[in-house]
Design a protein around this ligand. Structure first.
Ligand code: ATP
Ligand code: MG
Length: 212
Protein backbone atom coordinates (compact mmCIF):
# COMPACT_ATOMS: atom_id res chain seq x y z
CA UNK A 1 0.00 0.00 0.00
CA UNK A 2 0.92 3.69 0.04
CA UNK A 3 1.03 4.00 3.84
CA UNK A 4 4.25 5.77 4.89
CA UNK A 5 6.65 3.28 6.49
CA UNK A 6 8.14 3.80 9.92
CA UNK A 7 11.25 5.99 9.72
CA UNK A 8 14.14 5.37 12.11
CA UNK A 9 14.29 8.05 14.80
CA UNK A 10 10.83 9.48 14.06
CA UNK A 11 7.63 8.87 15.98
CA UNK A 12 4.24 8.34 14.40
CA UNK A 13 1.66 10.71 15.82
CA UNK A 14 -2.05 10.38 15.07
CA UNK A 15 -4.10 13.58 15.30
CA UNK A 16 -7.81 13.39 16.07
CA UNK A 17 -9.47 16.79 15.82
CA UNK A 18 -13.06 17.41 16.86
CA UNK A 19 -15.53 19.52 18.74
CA UNK A 20 -15.88 16.67 21.26
CA UNK A 21 -19.16 18.04 22.64
CA UNK A 22 -19.04 15.43 24.08
CA UNK A 23 -16.33 12.88 23.12
CA UNK A 24 -17.91 9.44 22.52
CA UNK A 25 -16.96 5.85 21.74
CA UNK A 26 -17.07 6.51 17.97
CA UNK A 27 -14.08 8.86 18.35
CA UNK A 28 -12.25 6.47 20.67
CA UNK A 29 -12.76 3.37 18.53
CA UNK A 30 -11.66 5.22 15.38
CA UNK A 31 -8.47 6.46 17.06
CA UNK A 32 -7.67 3.07 18.57
CA UNK A 33 -8.24 1.20 15.31
CA UNK A 34 -6.15 3.59 13.20
CA UNK A 35 -3.38 3.50 15.81
CA UNK A 36 -3.25 -0.28 15.52
CA UNK A 37 -3.52 -0.43 11.71
CA UNK A 38 -0.90 2.30 11.13
CA UNK A 39 1.44 1.41 14.01
CA UNK A 40 1.07 4.84 15.61
CA UNK A 41 3.03 5.60 18.78
CA UNK A 42 0.46 8.08 20.08
CA UNK A 43 -2.83 9.70 19.15
CA UNK A 44 -3.34 13.27 20.29
CA UNK A 45 -6.95 14.44 20.59
CA UNK A 46 -7.34 18.13 19.79
CA UNK A 47 -10.59 19.80 20.89
CA UNK A 48 -11.48 22.76 18.67
CA UNK A 49 -11.54 26.34 19.84
CA UNK A 50 -14.82 28.08 20.56
CA UNK A 51 -16.62 28.63 17.24
CA UNK A 52 -18.00 32.02 16.44
CA UNK A 53 -21.60 32.02 17.70
CA UNK A 54 -24.38 32.59 15.24
CA UNK A 55 -27.48 34.09 16.81
CA UNK A 56 -29.70 31.14 15.92
CA UNK A 57 -27.14 28.39 16.34
CA UNK A 58 -26.63 25.98 19.18
CA UNK A 59 -24.15 27.10 21.79
CA UNK A 60 -21.13 24.83 21.84
CA UNK A 61 -20.17 23.86 25.37
CA UNK A 62 -17.38 25.81 26.99
CA UNK A 63 -13.95 24.76 25.73
CA UNK A 64 -12.79 23.78 29.21
CA UNK A 65 -15.70 21.35 29.61
CA UNK A 66 -14.94 19.79 26.21
CA UNK A 67 -11.23 19.63 27.04
CA UNK A 68 -11.81 17.99 30.43
CA UNK A 69 -14.26 15.41 29.02
CA UNK A 70 -11.62 14.55 26.41
CA UNK A 71 -9.01 14.13 29.15
CA UNK A 72 -11.35 11.93 31.21
CA UNK A 73 -12.18 9.74 28.18
CA UNK A 74 -8.57 9.23 27.10
CA UNK A 75 -6.76 9.12 30.46
CA UNK A 76 -6.67 5.32 30.78
CA UNK A 77 -5.00 4.74 27.39
CA UNK A 78 -1.20 5.13 27.59
CA UNK A 79 -1.06 6.07 23.88
CA UNK A 80 -3.79 8.71 23.98
CA UNK A 81 -3.06 12.35 24.87
CA UNK A 82 -4.93 15.66 24.59
CA UNK A 83 -3.62 18.95 23.21
CA UNK A 84 -4.81 22.47 24.02
CA UNK A 85 -3.36 24.08 20.86
CA UNK A 86 -6.75 24.84 19.33
CA UNK A 87 -8.54 25.93 22.49
CA UNK A 88 -5.65 28.20 23.49
CA UNK A 89 -5.47 29.87 20.05
CA UNK A 90 -7.69 32.93 19.48
CA UNK A 91 -10.40 32.71 16.86
CA UNK A 92 -12.00 29.83 14.96
CA UNK A 93 -10.05 26.61 14.47
CA UNK A 94 -8.56 25.83 11.08
CA UNK A 95 -6.89 22.46 10.60
CA UNK A 96 -3.94 24.12 8.86
CA UNK A 97 -3.15 25.96 12.13
CA UNK A 98 -3.59 22.79 14.19
CA UNK A 99 -1.13 20.89 12.02
CA UNK A 100 1.42 23.72 11.89
CA UNK A 101 1.31 24.11 15.67
CA UNK A 102 1.70 20.38 16.29
CA UNK A 103 4.58 20.16 13.84
CA UNK A 104 6.36 22.98 15.65
CA UNK A 105 5.76 21.31 19.04
CA UNK A 106 6.67 17.81 17.81
CA UNK A 107 9.38 18.20 15.15
CA UNK A 108 10.41 14.57 15.62
CA UNK A 109 6.95 13.26 14.68
CA UNK A 110 5.24 12.40 11.41
CA UNK A 111 1.58 13.39 11.61
CA UNK A 112 -1.39 11.21 10.64
CA UNK A 113 -4.59 13.24 10.65
CA UNK A 114 -7.64 11.06 11.33
CA UNK A 115 -11.10 12.08 10.09
CA UNK A 116 -14.47 10.39 9.85
CA UNK A 117 -16.09 10.07 6.43
CA UNK A 118 -18.20 13.21 6.86
CA UNK A 119 -15.21 15.39 7.76
CA UNK A 120 -13.01 13.79 5.09
CA UNK A 121 -15.54 14.67 2.40
CA UNK A 122 -15.41 18.31 3.49
CA UNK A 123 -11.60 18.44 3.40
CA UNK A 124 -11.55 20.04 -0.05
CA UNK A 125 -13.60 22.95 1.17
CA UNK A 126 -11.30 23.67 4.12
CA UNK A 127 -9.11 26.75 4.32
CA UNK A 128 -5.79 26.19 2.50
CA UNK A 129 -6.79 22.60 1.74
CA UNK A 130 -4.13 22.33 -0.97
CA UNK A 131 -1.43 22.96 1.66
CA UNK A 132 -2.87 20.48 4.20
CA UNK A 133 -1.79 17.36 2.33
CA UNK A 134 1.92 18.08 2.86
CA UNK A 135 1.61 18.74 6.60
CA UNK A 136 0.18 15.33 7.46
CA UNK A 137 -0.85 12.03 5.99
CA UNK A 138 -4.66 11.83 6.00
CA UNK A 139 -6.63 8.84 7.21
CA UNK A 140 -10.33 8.78 6.35
CA UNK A 141 -12.35 6.27 8.37
CA UNK A 142 -15.79 4.80 7.81
CA UNK A 143 -18.74 6.24 9.71
CA UNK A 144 -22.29 4.87 9.62
CA UNK A 145 -24.58 7.09 7.51
CA UNK A 146 -21.76 8.70 5.53
CA UNK A 147 -20.13 7.64 2.28
CA UNK A 148 -16.34 7.60 2.44
CA UNK A 149 -15.25 9.30 -0.78
CA UNK A 150 -11.83 9.28 -2.42
CA UNK A 151 -10.28 12.75 -2.15
CA UNK A 152 -9.01 14.52 -5.27
CA UNK A 153 -5.31 14.25 -4.39
CA UNK A 154 -2.45 11.81 -5.02
CA UNK A 155 -2.63 8.40 -3.28
CA UNK A 156 0.61 9.14 -1.42
CA UNK A 157 -1.28 11.62 0.75
CA UNK A 158 -4.10 9.54 2.22
CA UNK A 159 -5.59 6.17 3.11
CA UNK A 160 -9.20 5.13 3.63
CA UNK A 161 -9.88 2.60 6.38
CA UNK A 162 -12.75 0.61 7.73
CA UNK A 163 -13.21 0.87 11.49
CA UNK A 164 -15.82 -0.88 13.69
CA UNK A 165 -19.17 0.80 12.95
CA UNK A 166 -20.33 2.99 15.82
CA UNK A 167 -23.61 4.74 14.99
CA UNK A 168 -22.97 7.43 17.59
CA UNK A 169 -22.79 11.21 17.23
CA UNK A 170 -22.31 14.01 19.72
CA UNK A 171 -25.51 15.56 18.35
CA UNK A 172 -27.44 12.43 19.29
CA UNK A 173 -25.89 12.35 22.76
CA UNK A 174 -26.87 15.99 23.36
CA UNK A 175 -30.41 15.31 22.19
CA UNK A 176 -30.64 12.24 24.42
CA UNK A 177 -29.42 14.19 27.43
CA UNK A 178 -31.87 17.01 26.71
CA UNK A 179 -34.68 14.47 26.47
CA UNK A 180 -33.61 12.55 29.59
CA UNK A 181 -32.72 9.45 27.58
CA UNK A 182 -29.69 7.40 28.72
CA UNK A 183 -26.23 8.01 27.26
CA UNK A 184 -24.56 5.22 29.24
CA UNK A 185 -22.38 2.99 27.00
CA UNK A 186 -22.33 5.61 24.21
CA UNK A 187 -19.68 7.63 26.05
CA UNK A 188 -17.21 6.54 28.76
CA UNK A 189 -18.73 6.33 32.26
CA UNK A 190 -16.69 9.28 33.49
CA UNK A 191 -18.10 11.43 30.68
CA UNK A 192 -21.69 10.47 31.60
CA UNK A 193 -20.93 11.55 35.15
CA UNK A 194 -19.26 14.77 34.01
CA UNK A 195 -22.28 15.69 31.83
CA UNK A 196 -24.60 15.12 34.79
CA UNK A 197 -22.35 16.96 37.22
CA UNK A 198 -22.42 20.17 35.14
CA UNK A 199 -25.85 19.57 33.58
CA UNK A 200 -24.30 20.30 30.18
CA UNK A 201 -27.04 19.52 27.71
CA UNK A 202 -30.26 20.53 29.36
CA UNK A 203 -32.57 23.37 28.40
CA UNK A 204 -30.18 26.29 28.82
CA UNK A 205 -27.38 24.88 26.71
CA UNK A 206 -29.71 23.42 24.11
CA UNK A 207 -32.40 25.34 22.27
CA UNK A 208 -35.63 23.96 20.88
CA UNK A 209 -34.54 24.58 17.28
CA UNK A 210 -31.83 21.99 17.66
CA UNK A 211 -34.24 19.21 18.55
CA UNK A 212 -35.50 17.01 15.72
P1 ATP B 1 -21.45 16.53 16.11
O1 ATP B 1 -22.69 15.67 15.97
O2 ATP B 1 -21.55 17.59 17.16
O3 ATP B 1 -20.92 17.04 14.79
P2 ATP B 1 -19.66 14.29 15.99
O4 ATP B 1 -20.18 13.04 16.61
O5 ATP B 1 -19.71 14.40 14.50
O6 ATP B 1 -20.33 15.54 16.68
P3 ATP B 1 -17.12 15.60 15.99
O7 ATP B 1 -16.45 16.15 17.20
O8 ATP B 1 -17.80 16.53 15.03
O9 ATP B 1 -18.18 14.48 16.49
O10 ATP B 1 -16.14 14.66 15.18
C1 ATP B 1 -14.73 14.68 15.27
C2 ATP B 1 -14.17 13.68 14.27
O11 ATP B 1 -14.57 12.34 14.61
C3 ATP B 1 -14.66 13.90 12.83
O12 ATP B 1 -13.60 13.59 11.95
C4 ATP B 1 -15.76 12.88 12.69
O13 ATP B 1 -15.99 12.50 11.35
C5 ATP B 1 -15.23 11.72 13.52
N1 ATP B 1 -16.29 10.87 14.06
C6 ATP B 1 -17.28 11.26 14.90
N2 ATP B 1 -18.08 10.24 15.22
C7 ATP B 1 -17.63 9.15 14.54
C8 ATP B 1 -18.07 7.79 14.44
N3 ATP B 1 -19.15 7.36 15.09
N4 ATP B 1 -17.35 6.95 13.66
C9 ATP B 1 -16.26 7.41 12.99
N5 ATP B 1 -15.80 8.67 13.04
C10 ATP B 1 -16.47 9.55 13.80
MG1 MG C 1 -19.42 16.26 13.53
Amino acid sequence: TNIPPRVEGRTRLGVMGGTFDPIHHGHLVAASEVAALLDLDEVVFVPTGQPWQKANKRQVSDAEHRYLMTVIATASNPRFTVSRVDIDREGPTYTIDTLNDLRALRPQSDLFFITGADAMNQLMTWKDSDKLWNLAYFVGVTRPGHKLEVPDVGPEHFALMEVPAMAISSTDIRERSANHMPVWYLVPDGVVQYINKYDLYHATAYTAEDLP
